[in-house]
Design a binder for this molecule. Structure first.
Ligand code: 3PG
Ligand code: MG
Length: 414
């Protein structure tokens, strides 16, 4: 039985029945919550994008309103040598306190005496944030003793870290086994992410268009292969498009190209044809004489780019064509930008796609945007609230659409 509704007693997913977050009463409970507070910080340790923190507020508020207490655990960055100031989660405390309207306590070590004492003393309505889990190498190793030490801090486990669900780490996957089946659940972020991703992957209304962009074909082979089984149309943009043009004997000047992936590109095109999936490549490009914000620019057919020039964005013909495809779509998945949108001269294509996705959504399509760069683009261009769902997952979202089972999801469902 598959149900996409959260109403009623249970959350149904791939034949498994889990406790729905809304139905769990956290009164008197100490909820140990894995969230993904891996947020970007500037040099003064100020948060430059708090999307992932804001996303968890409904989960935290519900637990506190029930009369539970909250113990938060996360990683931040990729520390390699134990504790480091720049990776400390203490930089998040003030902002989280402000957003929640509750003073957030902090334990300077995620395990050990301080964490145990502070967790034990926590009263209903109180919040404790633990220091960066990755200050211990045991976290990424999925060490069971470390996971058990964390597990002792709470009596119900909530995994709300979709962004880290593709990692089989101690706090994201291994820990779940130390809680009974009724005492481990998804939070609202995880429920929302899984619900919208499942809707796109397994219950999509057709035409279903996937927009895949970014620099490298090698990063996107598996997602394209999986989408060939499900989508009606695949739009390919960004640097990876030029590997496809070269594979078809096009002239691509000095555009990005993975020469060891030309056969792969040809195979993907062949598979698409066999399956009746239409691949849309950008027929024209904005080209530049070098990779720089102040480069000289021109436009060109994407398969006839002059020597010494490189394609850095899709061109106006491609924008028009892709916009038409999107307007005809009922389901849209977007992962990866169309060009180097961080530079003003090469942002038009990504902006045009964001606009078209928003318009199609207003016309009734379901649209899911994920992956760090495409999410940054919809935020930057002001379309985040005009698409159906913005994912907090980069790598996790990609792996979900590659058809992989994510360890963080599997462990809670098990
Ligand atoms: C992310 O931002 O991709 C997640 O927080 C996971 O982080 P990681 O890629 O360092 O495991
Ligand atoms: Mg990552």
């Amino acid at each position: 039985m598959k149900s996409l509704s959260f109403a009623g007693k249970a959350f149904h997913l791939n034949n498994l029945t889990m406790t729905a977050f809304a139905d769990y009463n956290f009164s008197g409970k100490k909820a140990l919550i894995r969230i993904d507070f891996n947020v970007p910080l500037d040099k003064e340790y100020r948060i430059t994008d708090d999307t992932r923190i804001r996303a968890t507020l409904p989960t935290l508020r519900k637990i506190l309103a029930d009369g539970g207490s909250v113990i938060l655990m996360s990683h931040l960055g990729r520390p390699k040598e134990g504790p480091a100031e720049k990776y400390s989660l203490k930089h998040v405390v003030a902002h989280l306190s402000e957003l929640l309207g509750v003073p957030v306590q902090f334990a300077a070590d995620c395990i050990g005496a301080e964490a145990v004492e502070k967790a034990a003393a926590l009263q209903p309505g109180e919040v404790l944030l633990l220091e960066n889990l990755r200050f211990y190498k045991e976290e990424e190793k999925g060490d069971t003793a470390f996971a058990q030490q964390l597990a002792r801090l709470g009596n119900v486990y909530v995994n709300d870290a979709f962004g880290t669900a593709h990692r089989a780490h101690a706090s994201t996957a291994v820990i779940a086994q130390y809680f009974g089946a009724g005492e481990r659940l998804f939070g609202t972020v995880m429920e929302g992410e899984v619900k919208s991703a499942e809707r796109v992957l397994h219950a999509s209304e057709r035409p279903f268009t996937a927009i895949i962009g970014g620099a490298k074909v090698s990063d996107k082979i598996l997602i394209i292969e999986n989408l060939l089984e499900r989508a009606t149309d695949i739009i390919i943009g960004g640097g990876m498009a030029y590997t496809f043009f070269k594979a078809m004997d096009g002239k691509i000047g000095s555009s990005l190209c993975e020469n060891d992936r030309l056969d792969t590109a040809r195979e993907l095109l062949k598979k698409a044809e066999a399956r009746g999936v239409t691949i849309h490549l950008p027929s024209d490009s904005i080209i530049a004489d070098r990779f720089a914000a102040d480069a000289d620019i021109s436009s060109s057919l994407s398969n006839n780019i002059p020597d010494g020039w490189m394609g850095l964005d899709i061109g106006p013909l491609a924008c028009d064509m892709f916009t038409k495809v999107l307007h005809a779509s009922k389901t849209i998945l977007w992962n990866g930008p169309m060009g180097v949108f961080e530079m003003e001269k090469f942002q038009h294509g990504t902006k045009a796609i964001a606009k078209a996705v928003a318009e199609a959504t207003a016309e009734g399509a379901f649209s899911l945007v994920g992956g760090g760069d495409s999410v940054a683009a919809v935020n930057q261009f002001g379309y985040a609230d005009k698409v159906s769902y913005v994912s907090t997952g980069g790598g996790a979202m990609l792996e979900f659409f590659e058809g992989k089972e994510l360890p963080g999801i599997a462990a809670v469902k098990a």
